[in-house]
Design a protein around this ligand. Sequence first.
Ligand code: DGY
Length: 319
Amino acid sequence: MKVFITRQIPEAGIRLLRDAGIEFTEHTEKRNLAPEELVAACKAHDALLSVGGNKLDADFLQACRHLKVIALMSAGYDNLDVATAKALGIPVGNTPGVLSNATADTAFLLMLAVSRKAFYMHKRIEKGEWGFFDPTANLGIELNGRTLGVFGLGSIGTALARKCRGAFDMEVIYHNRSRNEAAEKELGARYVSFDELLSQSDVLSVHAALTPQTEGIFNATAFGKMKPTAIFVNAARGSMHQENDLLDALRTHRIWGAGLDVTNPEPMDRNNLLLQMPNVAVLPHIGSATEEARGGMARMAAENIIAGLKGAPLPHPIG
Ligand code: DGY
């Protein structure tokens, strides 16, 4: 039994595969595989451990219907046609939960960095622009006691809300597909409509899954309903916000600032105008990039591969 791994993964996952006697091929080149390369590689293997955004759509799945299991090393599965995989009888799994803290930390870092223009200040020092102390310059805004709005209060959104309650005593409101009663009880989180989330949040942080319903949902209309003092944070998927609309909202002071760990496309062009704005902080999709989270994700993906190749139920199935 052989598994194809689309990128080099942490040793924790490799060790599990080795211990289980599973052969593997790791695509170690630092580049994305073209769709036809992925199909060709999968044809020579029995299972796929997929890292990154390779499109695993209906065409791919039809071509690779022999696969005994597909294990994503990610929480998000917007790149995979789950319905077709299920119809073809291919078990599919992902790695939720283990990256929640790391991703929430990233959102927390972004909101704080934006509120104090930290990335921009760093750039100014590098350019030799640290001048005399001016009490009217470099002013940010404080997060203490403000309202955190979470779009998608699952495990990442809840981890962020917990941090914001503890660190800044923030009030938590949220909008979700369904009510999260546990978070309401633990954090006093209040369910609100999407419009209320937009109009009441001081920091609006996106943690929902990318679906046809959420794609592009943060557009000019949405930004137009936010407070002029609001900070928009996205550590989920870049396609949920319309980048030109965000740029306009920032330029016209419709909103105060933005922190992005995800962009559309990725990587972001180095000349992107957002990178020049004082109240913007951008990171290169590092939400889950900690030793702990990535090690855990690799382990979970390997566990799914091992179970799938044995014909056993996946320990971390999608859906
Ligand atoms: C996820 O797990 O979905 C992260 O965005 C890493 O891809």
